[in-house]
Design a protein around this ligand. Structure first.
Ligand code: PLP
Length: 453
C-alpha cells in the first residue's frame, strides 16, 4: 500500500531533489503535496496551505483549473506530438507564437519555444553569438548580467545567474559572462544617496565596465525587470531607462528576462511595460502555462530575427532546437491559460489584490525584525535584519528567513526564504480577502519567529 510514510521513504531513497540539501533531506524527509484547489495545496496528511509562492512563482490561474486540463486532453486526442524541425509545424505552436507577438504590441517579431526558462536563456546566449557572427563581429560576444540575477541552471544560464550557490563547485561561470551590480538600493545604496543618484551610479558603472572590456567585445546585457529569485528586487524607477541608454550607445543588445514577471505578475501584462524596457529579446515561461505544462518562449525583435533568418540561409540551417520546441500540448495549454488571464482580468487583479498585499506587508515595516518591505503587484519580499538601525544581517545568513518560512508553513502558508528575505508571489487569482488571510498568517509567523530567534 502507498502510505504517506512509504512515499516519504521512497522519496528519500530514490529521488535527488532540485535545490535541496540532500544530506538534510535524508534526515527531515519531504513535504509531499497530494492535490490542489484554487490558491490552496494539500499535503498527503490532508493539511491545507495557501500557496503563497504560486508553486515556483508560476501557477497564475490556481491549482485546479479544469479548462487547462480540458485543453491538454483535446490536444492529446487530436495530435499529441508534433515538432517544429525542418519546416514542419503544428497548429497550437503557430497560434501561440502569433498570440505572444500580438501581446507585445508588435515590438517583438518572432518566437522560439523551449521547455524551460533555463533553455530559453541558453538559446538566447547562442542567438546573441550567432547574430554577431552573422554581422561579421566574432569578437563581440561578452554578456553582462547582474549580481543576484537569476536566469536558470543550464551551463550558460547558470553562468548568467549571479548567485554563488549556482557557480560553486560547478566550475562556473563560463568565460565571457560578466556581472555588474544588483540594483538594490537598500543594500547597495551609499549613505545619503537618493534612488535616482543610485540608478545614475549603476548606469555609470555599467558604462565603465563596457569601456574597460572594450565595447567591441560586449554583445548583450540581461536582467529581470524585477528580480525574483535573488530576493525580489524592484529597481529604482529610472534604472532601466538609464541602463538601456548605455546599452544602445555601445550597440549592446538588451535581454529582458520576464520568466517571473510576464503575464501580469506586476499588474502589467509585461513588466517591460512598467519600466519602458524596449528589449531585443524577451524570455517568457512559468505563468505562460501556469506551469501546467513545461514551456518557455524566446521572443526576439525584427532587428535580431532578420539577421538570424539571413544567416541561417547562408549556413543552410539554424542549427538549434529541442525535440519539444513548440510542443502542441504545451502550446494549447498556454493559449487557454492566456485566454483565462485575459477573460478574468487577472492582470488587473494583480494590481488590485497586489495593492492589498503591498499595504499589508508595509504595515509590518516598523516591526523590529523587518529591515525592508519591497515589491510591486503580486510579488513582494520582507527582508529580516538582526539590527534595524545598522541593517546588519543575521549570522549565519538565512537563519531568520528559514525560521519565518517554517513558522508560516506550520501556520498553513507556503512562502520562500531567500537568505533572510521572505518572498511572496501568490496565484494571480487570489482575492483581496484571501490576501488578508495570507497577511494575517504571515504577521503571526513573524511574531513567533521573533520569539524563537
Ligand atoms: N529566469 C528567471 C527570471 C527565473 O526566475 C527562472 C526560474 O525561476 C528561470 C529563468 C529558469 O527557468 P527554469 O527553472 O524553467 O529553467
Amino acid at each position: 500500500m502507498t502510505t504517506p510514510d512509504h512515499l516519504a521513504h521512497s522519496d528519500v531513497a530514490y529521488q535527488l531533489h532540485a535545490y535541496t540539501n540532500a544530506q538534510r533531506h535524508r534526515e527531515e524527509g519531504p513535504c509531499i503535496m497530494a492535490r490542489g484547489s484554487g490558491i490552496h495545496v494539500y499535503d498527503t496528511a490532508g493539511k491545507e496551505y495557501i500557496e503563497g509562492m504560486a508553486g515556483l512563482w508560476s501557477v497564475a490561474v490556481g491549482f485546479s483549473e479544469p479548462r487547462l486540463a480540458e485543453a491538454a486532453r483535446r490536444q492529446m486526442e487530436c495530435l499529441p506530438f508534433y515538432h517544429t524541425f525542418s519546416h514542419k509545424s503544428n497548429v497550437p505552436s503557430i497560434e501561440l507564437a502569433e498570440k505572444l507577438i500580438g501581446l507585445t504590441g508588435g515590438r517583438m517579431a518572432q518566437a522560439f519555444f523551449t521547455n524551460s526558462g533555463s533553455e530559453a536563456n541558453d538559446t538566447i546566449v547562442k542567438m546573441v553569438w550567432y547574430y554577431n557572427n552573422a554581422l561579421g563581429r566574432p569578437e563581440k560576444k561578452k554578456i553582462i548580467a547582474r549580481q543576484r540575477g537569476y536566469h536558470g541552471v543550464t551551463v550558460a544560464s547558470a553562468s548568467l545567474t549571479g548567485l554563488a550557490g549556482n557557480h560553486r563547485s560547478f566550475d562556473l561561470p563560463l568565460p565571457r559572462i560578466l556581472h555588474t551590480r544588483c540594483p538594490h538600493w537598500y543594500r547597495e545604496g551609499l549613505p545619503g544617496e537618493s534612488e535616482t543618484a543610485f540608478a545614475d551610479r549603476l548606469a555609470a558603472e555599467l558604462e565603465a565596465l563596457i569601456l574597460a572590456e572594450g565595447p567591441e567585445t560586449v554583445a548583450a546585457f540581461i536582467g529581470e525587470p524585477v528580480m525574483g529569485a535573488g530576493g525580489v528586487v524592484v529597481p529604482p524607477e529610472t534604472y532601466w531607462s538609464k541602463v538601456q541608454a548605455v546599452c544602445r550607445k555601445y550597440d549592446v543588445l538588451v535581454i529582458a528576462d520576464e520568466v517571473i514577471t510576464g503575464f501580469g505578475r506586476t499588474g502589467r501584462m509585461f513588466a517591460s511595460d512598467l519600466f519602458g524596457i524596449e528589449a531585443d529579446f524577451m524570455t517568457l515561461s512559468k505563468q505562460l502555462t501556469s506551469s501546467y505544462q513545461p514551456l518557455a518562449a524566446v521572443l526576439m525583435n525584427e532587428r535580431v530575427a532578420s539577421v538570424i533568418t539571413r544567416h541561417s540561409g547562408e549556413l543552410g540551417t539554424f542549427g538549434h532546437g529541442y525535440t519539444a520546441s513548440g510542443h502542441p500540448v504545451a502550446a494549447a495549454v498556454a493559449l487557454e491559460n492566456i485566454r483565462i488571464i485575459e477573460e478574468r482580468g487577472l492582470v488587473d487583479n494583480a494590481s488590485a489584490a497586489g495593492a492589498v498585499l503591498q499595504r499589508r506587508l508595509r504595515e509590518l515595516a516598523d516591526h523590529p525584525l523587518v529591515g525592508e518591505v519591497r515589491g510591486v503587484g503580486l510579488i513582494a519580499a520582507v527582508e529580516l535584519v538582526a539590527d534595524k538601525a545598522s541593517r546588519a544581517p543575521f549570522d549565519p545568513a538565512g537563519k531568520a528567513g528559514a525560521l519565518a518560512v517554517r513558522q508560516a508553513q506550520d501556520n498553513g502558508l507556503i512562502l520562500r526564504g531567500i537568505q533572510d528575505s521572505v518572498a511572496f508571489c501568490p496565484p494571480l487569482i487570489i482575492t483581496e480577502a484571501q490576501v488578508e488571510t495570507l497577511a494575517d498568517r504571515f504577521a503571526q509567523s513573524l511574531e513567533e519567529t521573533a520569539k524563537k530567534l
